[in-house]
Ligand binder design. Structure first.
Ligand SMILES: Nc1ncnc2c1ncn2[C@@H]1O[C@H](COP(=O)(O)OP(=O)(O)OP(=O)(O)O)[C@@H](O)[C@H]1O
Length: 251
């Protein structure tokens, strides 16, 4: 797409630092994501991509810096954090569905329990979302009866059911058999096209090229490069990025 991002910043990280013991896993990271923007985070294993993604809704506490979401600085805990968290959908590598709930219940539980929606309203939107991700006909099954790709699409529908202002994806296709990767990326691409603000940690360079507005390249906890996908893939600026691309693009 390579469209220049529009709108004002929705997610702003300012000088964020995080250590795991002696490991400086986020090293003074500042980045901002505009409304409607799709940012793909790439980089070598261990560079801090997942941690970055998880700090955005404070699943990982930070040691210093600030994170602002929709104009509000994210508190470290409490009710205000819970409210902000409910506005940021998250999809993990492992789908994390509730095994003993049906697919539809997985999607309606959050809206009913957390957002106090009427069951009928949650059910209607849940079914519409399952339809959107292509599995409305599986609504009464249980997660174990679905393929990995289908489960991940349920996880996306479940996150969307909370009507989030942004979606975070942490390696959403890494645990899938190769033939199921495409169906999940298709759902994500359609979400991107519909204007959802998205931060996506992924090794899927095709998705980065075609669905992202911006690529962020991380190495050793630092944000090393930021560019449009076409600029980044055609003309990486740093040796770290050139080296990374030469390794992944030759496979
Ligand atoms: N809970 C934790 N405790 C200690 N160290 C951690 C923890 N989580 C991550 N790390 C370390 O922090 C570093 C960054 O991890 P992170 O998962 O953010 O990297 P990544 O870029 O997403 O890697 P990958 O592509 O392999 O998933 C790694 O060295 C990792 O081992």
């Amino acid at each position: 797409m390579d469209a220049v991002a529009t709108g004002e910043p929705l997610i702003v990280l300012d000088s964020v630092n995080k250590w795991f013991g002696p490991l400086h896993v986020l090293d003074d990271v500042s980045v901002s994501v505009n409304r409607g923007e799709v940012v793909v985070v790439i980089g070598p294993s261990g560079s801090g991509k997942s941690t970055l993604c998880r700090t955005i809704n404070r699943l990982e506490p930070i040691n210093s810096g600030t994170i602002t979401f929709d104009g509000q600085t994210l508190p470290a805990e409490g009710k205000a954090l819970a409210k902000l968290r409910s506005e940021v959908g998250m999809v993990f590598q492992s789908f994390n569905l509730f095994a003993h709930k049906t697919i539809l219940e997985n999607v309606t539980l959050g809206p009913v329990k957390v957002r106090k929606e009427k069951a009928s309203v949650a059910r209607e939107r849940g079914l519409a979302l399952l339809d959107r991700v292509g599995i409305a006909n599986q609504a009464d099954k249980y997660p174990a009866q679905l393929s990995g790709g289908q489960q991940q699409r349920v996880a996306i529908a479940r996150a969307l059911a909370m009507q989030p202002k942004a979606m975070l994806f942490d390696e959403p296709t890494s645990a899938l058999d190769p033939e199921m990767v495409g169906e999940v990326l298709d759902v994500m691409t359609s979400l991107a096209r519909d204007g959802m603000t998205m931060v996506v940690v992924t090794h899927e360079m095709g998705f980065a090229r075609h669905a992202a507005n911006r690529v962020i390249f991380m190495a050793d906890g630092k944000l090393v490069e930021e560019a449009t996908p076409s600029d980044f893939f055609a003309n990486p600026q740093t040796e770290r990025a050139k080296d990374f691309l030469s390794k992944i693009l030759t496979h």
